[in-house]
Design a protein around this ligand. Structure first.
Ligand SMILES: [Zn+2]
Length: 288
């Protein structure tokens, strides 16, 4: 079992954007808690467009001229206990402290949950800041009872090939392979109902098999954007992409498609790195 470092000791753990605190949401009768595993200090040019490469930074920078974003995971408690994404995990000072994880299990404990209580893990994609807690350095799964749901094209790109731009760490790949051997990985193509209140929606671009998740109950819905969107400002600036988008133009078309969907069908938008894990809403443009 991996251990959690003392995240509070890190310099940006309490920065307003880092999402150090939990944030509770309600979707109909379903309760959802956004929790941050840590934080990333983003480069100024990380989210923007070719003509405005510092688009997000110009809006989100703090008084120290830094853009600090959380590493969000989402706990959904309905018929099953679900975690969407697994943070960066218990890494010590790497990247000169610019990306630090390790808070997820502590946050879950505060919410009264042990790793064995998680039934379902639904991953938006397989970049390192979303799969960090999948297993320990010996490839032992952190969540012993969970079924893991992954976009099939991400599995092919990150697990089966060695061509990924941001490859999996060896112990992460080994954990995934062990889980698959035990029948505990479900690969998803297209839209896929995981629980009665959680739907996977195909959202390629940031990575080949990137998943957006709709949490829904009756007329209420929250769209979890994963890394298809880094901040709510991209609801109006869909041309802003991320440096780590594998296919930048496809990522933009995916964003546009989901913003149109939010405009017509309503709902709350939330991404793993939205500052403070505060949700946004799409507003109909004047042209309708
Ligand atoms: Zn990410």
């Amino acid at each position: 079992m991996p251990t959690s470092p003392d995240l509070a000791a890190h310099p940006y753990a309490t920065a307003p954007g880092s999402g150090a605190a939990c944030r509770d949401y309600r979707v109909g009768t379903v309760s959802m808690t956004a929790v941050s595993d840590g934080y990333i200090v983003m480069d100024p040019g990380f989210v923007g467009s070719p003509t405005h490469p510092t688009g997000a930074f110009d809006v989100l920078k703090d008084e120290h001229n830094r853009m600090v974003m959380p590493i969000g995971c989402f706990l959904i408690r309905g018929e099953r206990t679900v975690l969407v994404d697994l943070g960066y995990g218990p890494h010590d000072e790497r990247n000169e402290g610019r990306m630090v994880g390790g808070g997820l299990l502590v946050q879950l404990r505060r919410l009264g949950l042990r790793p064995a209580d998680i039934d379902v893990i639904a991953l938006s994609h397989l970049h390192p800041d979303h799969v960090g807690w999948i297993g320990d350095p010996h490839a032992e799964a952190t969540f012993p009872n969970a079924q893991v749901f992954v976009g099939a094209a991400d599995w092919a790109y990150f697990v089966e090939s060695s061509e990924a731009l941001l490859p999996l760490e060896p112990h992460v790949r080994e954990t995934f392979t062990c889980l698959a051997d035990r029948g505990r990985v479900t690969l998803m193509d297209g839209d896929h109902a995981i629980t009665p209140s959680l739907m996977r929606l195909d959202a390629p671009g940031h990575t080949p098999g990137h998943s957006i998740y709709a949490v829904h109950d009756g007329a209420d819905r929250a769209i979890l954007f994963g890394d298809a969107m880094y901040c709510a400002d991209q609801l109006t600036h869909t041309d802003w992409g991320a440096l780590t988008d594998v296919d930048r133009s496809l990522a933009r078309r995916t964003r546009e498609r989901f913003v149109r969907d939010l405009e017509t069908s309503g709902g709350t938008a939330l991404g793993c790195h939205f500052p403070g894990l505060v949700a946004g809403r799409a507003l109909l443009s004047p042209e309708g």
